[in-house]
Design a protein around this ligand. Structure first.
Ligand code: HEM
Length: 193
């Protein structure tokens, strides 16, 4: 079965439409900026994990049509990550670079988030056919960073939460499961090589 890319594209835009609708109706609550930062942060992590689900789902089900949408899902993770970064640096800090640097020094969890975003950057820039053909085997090596990004995202989330660790723990467990699910296929691939 082939999933139409257009359907995935529209579905992936729904979180953005939802938060924009809330903003338009002035219904973001008492702390609108925080609400937007948290919402976009969660959706960055959601898309990172959804993207990592594609390969094991394809391997276990044999549903090869899924591969068509993997790149788009990864790019949506980057898109929501960019919105998250912009809501923090732009709406929260008004692009005051001194305040941002001061905040990073004071709250190292922001550095973990920033590292996650900067790791995503080369992946997003090389997620096109031209880069795949130019980088050849190095492309695969580079794109192994796709495992590091959600790990940094989970670290960032765990670090920033003050009391209730339930949500970061759920994300961390899901990430671990997704990585473990790949192991049988990794060893199979090595054996055939
Ligand atoms: C891979 C990249 C990133 C991911 C996956 C990510 C994810 C998250 C998540 C899940 C949250 C918590 C949402 C909640 O509480 O419900 C969050 C909060 C936050 N993130 Fe990120 N983030 C990333 C990058 C960044 C970057 C680049 C910055 C800024 C330079 C940043 C700054 C923040 C801030 C300020 C908060 C709110 C902290 C608070 O509640 O006091 N994040 N992020």
């Amino acid at each position: 079965m082939v999933i139409p890319k257009r359907v995935v594209f529209v579905l992936a835009l729904l979180p953005l439409l939802w938060i924009s609708w809330l903003a338009f109706r002035d219904a973001l609550g008492a702390h609108p900026v925080e609400r937007v930062i948290h919402f976009t942060g969660q959706w960055t992590l959601n898309f990172l994990l959804i993207t990592l689900t594609v390969t094991p789902l394809r391997q276990y089900s044999g549903w090869n049509g899924l591969l068509r949408i993997r790149r788009m899902l990864g790019l949506f993770a980057f898109f929501y990550g960019t919105l998250h970064l912009l809501s923090y640096a732009g709406i929260d800090q008004w692009f005051d670079w001194h305040a941002i640097v001061h905040d990073i020094v004071k709250h190292p969890y922001i550095l973990a988030g920033l590292s996650g975003y900067l790791t995503m950057l080369p992946l997003a820039l090389t997620s096109n056919a031209w880069a795949v053909s130019k980088l050849k085997t190095r492309w695969k090596k580079l794109h192994r960073l796709a495992y590091l990004v959600p790990a940094l995202g989970v670290l960032h989330f765990t670090w920033l939460v003050k009391k209730d660790l339930t949500q970061p723990l759920i994300y961390g467990t899901l990430l671990l499961i997704l990585l473990v699910l790949r192991l049988p296929f990794q060893s199979q691939w090595r054996a055939t090589r």
